[in-house]
Design a protein around this ligand. Structure first.
Ligand SMILES: [Mn+2]
Length: 430
């Protein structure tokens, strides 16, 4: 790493202020956990190895279909975005990878790789975009892309996905995430079966272009932009896709892409059981695909999702390595602060899930002791693991309090002076 956006002396000066309190808190928590035969250092080491990718599109201010209110110092291009992503990683030490969205982030792969290397960042899954039209494209996606009735439009969408694979391959990515807006707005507008057949045939063409060590993630979403039907609407359809395409195809679960009250942790368990969980887009929601910050509304649900992931790790599920990515839209906060907070919340859910007494839980389940089984989960969830998270960051060179340190660094004011103010534009919600 040759470029550090937040000077190391700023981080150490801020850490100095908090080191004493952290030491006491960590010791107190360690003592408490030791009473349950949990070694705090083992948990801290596990947490320190847990990483989540930052979405390049997340560092710009998002928007709704009504408006977008740009913030100060918005990134002008992918290189500015990578610098903002680096700030998040320097402070949290939890986000060493970035997920790119093409064509938004299209650039010379050599330049992308060089910038990533300089910042100590590498590249996670590539994301294609066939839900909006690029300025120079021949065929419009107004009526769909991979499932379009017109073969030339489908071929163009397939070609775009292959281009994403090629660019990703040149910069060290190992996965492609495909989310499409295809669907219909009226009953009768599309033939469900024909449309899905066309989608599967297009995806099979993309699948053929995957390098051997790549994975293809399909992402389901219940509705929007199509409001009557969506081609890849739920995990069942998603599972059929992954199963039909082959061993390199997996399902991606975006937490916000389900109906309210859907038991997402159970979907996660099912996909793990049948070897098709590819990864996550973490965020939170209250009503629909709100793209709110991870853990901001339903932290217990996030914990329950992680409980399934840790359970799978605990059982030693073969080939289990889901991709962890954030996918959020930040409309009223500084995106860097939201992403720092989300990375911490995701690690918090993981740390809490690591504290679950799985032997006791299994015993309560076998005894049909529902109350003690659920209490076993709650006991882990109620544990304040902040000292573990802070200590993991501190040991890795990050900040004990990353948001306070970010504010103290003056980074936002500094980039606001360098980057001209932008007018409203499209958001980037997927
Ligand atoms: Mn998503």
């Amino acid at each position: 790493m040759t470029e550090q956006k937040i000077p190391a002396d700023v981080i150490s000066a801020e850490n100095e202020k908090r080191a004493g309190a952290l030491k006491s808190d960590y010791a107190a928590l360690g003592e408490k956990l030791a009473r349950n035969n949990i070694d705090i250092d083992a948990v801290t080491k596990q947490v320190a190895k847990f990483f989540v990718a930052v979405p390049s599109w997340g560092v710009g201010t998002g928007g709704t279909r009504f408006a977008r209110f740009p913030g100060l110092g918005e990134p002008r291009n992918i290189f500015d975005k990578l610098e903002d992503c680096s700030v998040i990683n320097e402070l949290t030490r939890a986000t060493p990878t970035v997920s790119l969205h093409i064509p938004w982030d299209k650039a010379d792969p050599m330049d992308l790789k060089a910038k990533g290397d300089a910042l100590g960042l590498s590249f996670d899954a590539m994301n294609s975009n066939t839900f909006s039209d690029a300025p120079d494209q021949a065929h419009s996606y107004k009526y769909g892309s991979l499932s379009h009735v017109d073969a030339a439009t489908r071929a163009q969408a397939v070609e775009h996905n292959i281009e994403c694979i090629e660019l990703g391959n040149a910069i060290g990515s190992k996965a492609l995430t495909v989310w499409i807006g295809d669907g219909s707005n009226f009953p009768g507008q599309s033939n469900f079966t024909r449309q899905f057949e066309r989608y599967l045939a297009s995806m099979a063409d993309i699948y053929k272009a995957l390098p051997d060590d790549w994975r293809l993630f399909s992402e389901h979403k219940m509705y929007e932009p199509a409001f009557y039907s969506t081609v890849v609407q739920d995990w069942g359809t998603n599972f059929l896709i992954a199963q039909t395409l082959g061993p390199k195809a997996f399902c991606l679960v975006d937490l916000g892409h389900h109906a309210p009250n859907t038991n997402i942790e159970m979907i996660v368990a099912r996909l793990i059981q049948f070897g098709k969980l590819g990864g996550f887009h973490f965020n939170d929601s209250k009503y629909g695909d709100d793209d709110l910050d991870a853990g901001s509304v339903e932290p217990y649900r996030l914990f329950l999702v992680f409980n399934e992931l840790v359970d799978a790790e605990h059982r030693g599920v073969k080939g289990f390595h889901p991709a962890h990515m954030i996918d959020q839209s930040h409309n009223v906060t500084d995106p860097i602060e939201s992403l720092i907070s989300s990375a911490n919340e995701i690690r918090r859910a993981y740390a809490q899930a690591l504290l679950v007494d799985r032997v006791a839980l299994e015993g309560f389940q076998s005894d049909n002791d529902a109350l003690m089984a659920t209490e076993t989960l709650k006991r882990a969830y109620r544990t304040d693991v902040e000292a573990i998270l802070a200590e993991a960051r501190r040991r890795a060179g990050g900040a004990i309090d990353p948001i306070a340190t970010y504010r103290a660094s003056g980074y936002r004011a500094q980039v606001a002076a360098e980057r001209p103010a932008v007018k409203g534009g499209s958001g980037g919600i997927v």
